[in-house]
Design a protein around this ligand. Structure first.
Ligand SMILES: C[S@@+](CC[C@H](N)C(=O)[O-])C[C@H]1O[C@@H](n2cnc3c(N)ncnc32)[C@H](O)[C@@H]1O
Length: 288
């Protein structure tokens, strides 16, 4: 839809690894996802541990666990630990020398996960990327982005509410590639000393002025030809207009502020009346 991106979501590659279900115990601070739901979250007690086959996804840094139902997984940067009660899977490396742990990524709980499962054509977040994440909440998706970028990458995660900000900060203690920032994303000057130049800005702040928040942050931190990924919840911008009209007007705002839209896709059926837009940043002519 929109500017392209029609590929299927679960594009497995070569290099399968086999292994077993892990315990699936997690810290699960938000109390969600324990042993219920169709997506298998919180299950995986390890009883009669089943074989798992993991294949690389066509987007680098993401993997697919093959089975009755394929699931999206990321390679756990901190083996042995879940972040929000998600199931973990252990597989052998190709040379059978090492065990590799993966975490199941539930698209119902993550806009980025939903975009990947939904078939986004290009994914600028990859191993080694520097990402500014606006609207980190308690870190559910931030933790998967941390897995995706790996030890060579960085995730600067901004969240202005104190309670989720505390969870985010605690999670970052175990994940050295996350820099938690408890600040208002409308005030990037307050955290400019903490954030370096980034390759990608991912935004999920669910605010009516989100496009402005993103381009303002881009003018501070995003390199030219860097990428913007923005999750748009139509009702947060204008609850009276048709979602498609809201998405189009948000894309227009991005365009006016130096972004060239590349792709737009719906996040249905995982997130109702949400779209994700991918754009390239050409630099803003406006002053900060
Ligand atoms: C939809 S939730 C984000 C969920 C998260 N991205 C995930 O997938 O786990 C939106 C978050 O944005 C935060 N937020 C809203 N406005 C913000 C702002 N101006 N600055 C920083 N965070 C903001 C909210 O507190 C909330 O935690």
């Amino acid at each position: 839809m929109g500017f392209g991106g029609k590929d299927k979501g679960f594009g497995g590659g070569k290099g399968k690894v086999k292994g077993k279900d892990s315990k699936g115990k997690g810290k699960g601070k938000d109390g969600k996802g324990k042993g219920k739901g169709k997506d298998g979250k919180g299950k995986g007690k390890g009883k009669g541990a089943s074989q798992v086959v993991i294949e690389p996804h066509r987007h680098e840094g993401v993997f697919v666990s093959k089975g009755k139902d394929d699931s999206l997984v990321t390679r756990n940067l901190v083996p042995g630990e879940s972040v929000y009660g998600e199931k973990r899977l252990v597989a052998e490396s190709a040379d059978k020398e090492d065990k590799i742990e993966y975490r199941v990524w539930n698209p119902f709980r993550s806009k980025l996960g939903a975009a990947i499962v939904g078939g986004i054509g290009q994914m600028p977040i990859k191993p080694g990327s520097k990402v500014l994440y606006l609207g980190g909440a308690s870190g559910t998706t931030v933790s998967h982005v941390s897995d995706m970028v790996g030890p060579e990458g960085v995730v600067y995660a901004v969240e202005f509410s104190h309670r989720p900000g505390r969870d985010l900060t605690n999670m970052a203690k175990r994940r050295p590639n996350i820099v938690p920032i408890v600040e208002d994303a409308r005030q990037p000057q307050r955290y400019r000393m903490l954030v370096g130049m980034v390759d990608v800005i991912f935004a999920d702040v669910a605010q009516p002025d989100q496009a402005r928040i993103v381009t303002l942050n881009a003018s501070y931190f995003l390199r030219n030809n860097g990428f913007v990924l923005i999750s748009i919840k139509a009702s947060c911008v204008d609850s009276t207009a048709a979602p498609e009209a809201v998405f189009a007007s948000e894309v227009d705002k991005l365009r006016k502020d130096g972004c060239k839209p590349k792709e737009q896709l719906t996040l249905e059926p995982y997130h109702r009346d949400h779209a994700l837009v991918l754009a390239v940043y050409r630099g803003s002519k406006k002053t900060k």
